[in-house]
Design a protein around this ligand. Structure first.
Ligand code: SF4
Length: 105
């Protein structure tokens, strides 16, 4: 399980810079830089959209990751102890990224 900090505060699943999902998917199968990755589980918070006010932040979660060029990627699972997803103000998943991505050297 990976500790996740997420600054995408306009995502439906974000509470207090944490994600309330039990598992997320990070996309970016051809990524060579962090900006080429994105959080595939992003859902934009919209006016009037249903949000479960009682959702609890998960500080550790399963991360399935398509960014196979990353040093932390092990069989499409993230093996990092801690990652950060960034993209405050995102209105689309492509505006988010895994800031912890590091290209295999
Ligand atoms: S650190 Fe690497 S393996 Fe982990 S989620 Fe980010 S891009 Fe994927």
């Amino acid at each position: 399980m990976t500790k996740l900090e997420c600054s995408v505060t306009n995502c439906l699943h974000n509470t207090d810079n944490c994600c309330c999902k039990h598992a997320i998917v990070v996309d970016g199968c051809d990524a060579k830089e962090a900006y080429e990755t994105c959080c595939g589980s992003f859902d934009q918070k919209k006016e009037g959209a249903f949000q479960n006010l009682f959702q609890t932040p998960e500080s550790r979660l399963e991360i399935d990751c398509e960014a196979v060029n990353c040093v932390y990627n092990e069989k499409r699972r993230c093996s990092a102890g801690k990652i950060g997803i960034t993209g405050d103000g995102a209105s689309d998943a492509s505006h988010t990224e895994c800031a912890t991505f590091r290209m295999r050297g």
